[in-house]
Design a protein around this ligand. Structure first.
Ligand SMILES: [Zn+2]
Length: 260
């Protein structure tokens, strides 16, 4: 599942090839295809940005495209005529500019809207502080995690709540909880302020390292390591599925982190 770090790298990879160029062709296909996508033909790409787990492409004239990759989506960049690495039928959106074809595969969310509507956009307007933004506001993230509606949430759920802090997904919430030796199943209200602050700082550090913004990317320690020894104490890593819209397994060390 692409997290903020993947989206950040995607934006970085597309930006030099798209920004400042005019859209020569654009088409959308598949379920929920955006018929108005033709409106961006002839427009210049002004910006390519990751916001949390959303990729935003802004055009002159005030239009904006949003894609959300959920579980399997990805953006690819090709030269004109180059063979695609996924079947064309799975392309949800194709953008052509001079010298580059950008293809978004399997994304369940492709939307076109007016940039000025961002402030009232149902998802974007509610995003918490973006962990990968240079202006990341840790105090605001803390305030949101401490909001009454999150008090009874387990910390493993709260860290994935994009309205509290944006950009983190299943890999880095598990790694953050392990790094800080926090029981994933404990309720947010049972964590003291210092622990919550450390979780926010560590989530940001791990995500920025993984995005390549900060040096020192480390391999994952618990994610997808069920039954293997904890790198800290040797106890077998445990895992538990989460029911819900998207299955997200929790991984943790029962010795270092406690928990059930
Ligand atoms: Zn351990």
């Amino acid at each position: 599942m692409p997290e903020g770090d993947t989206l950040f790298r995607t934006a970085q990879g597309l930006r030099p090839y798209l920004v400042g160029r005019d859209v020569l062709a654009a088409r959308a296909q598949g379920p929920g295809a955006v018929p108005q996508v033709q409106r961006i033909i002839g427009k210049r790409v002004d910006a390519v940005e990751a916001q949390g787990k959303n990729l935003l492409i802004r055009f002159d004239g005030g239009l904006e495209l949003r894609t959300h990759l959920r579980m399997n989506g990805s953006w690819h960049r090709y030269r004109p005529g180059e063979r695609w690495r996924r079947p064309p039928a799975r392309a949800r959106l194709v953008l052509e500019v001079d010298g580059t074809v950008a293809v978004c595969f399997d994304a369940p969310v492709v939307e076109l809207f007016e940039t000025r509507a961002e402030a009232i956009h149902p998802t974007l307007s509610r995003l918490g502080p973006d962990l990968l933004s240079p202006e990341f506001d840790a105090a605001e993230a803390f305030r949101r995690l401490r909001a009454p509606e999150r008090a009874s949430m387990s910390v493993r759920e709260a860290l994935l709540d994009q309205r509290a802090l944006a950009g983190i997904g299943n890999i880095w919430r598990n790694e953050t909880l392990f790094a800080e030796r926090v029981d994933p199943f404990v309720a947010v209200r049972d964590l003291d302020d210092a622990t919550l602050e450390r979780l926010i700082a560590t989530a940001r550090r791990l995500l920025t390292q993984s995005a390549g913004v900060a040096p020192g990317r480390s391999p994952t320690k618990v994610y997808r390591r069920t039954g293997r020894p904890c790198p800290r104490c040797g106890t077998a890593i445990r895992s538990a599925p989460t029911s819900g819209e998207v299955p997200r397994t929790t991984y943790w060390c029962p010795n270092c982190q406690g928990g059930r």
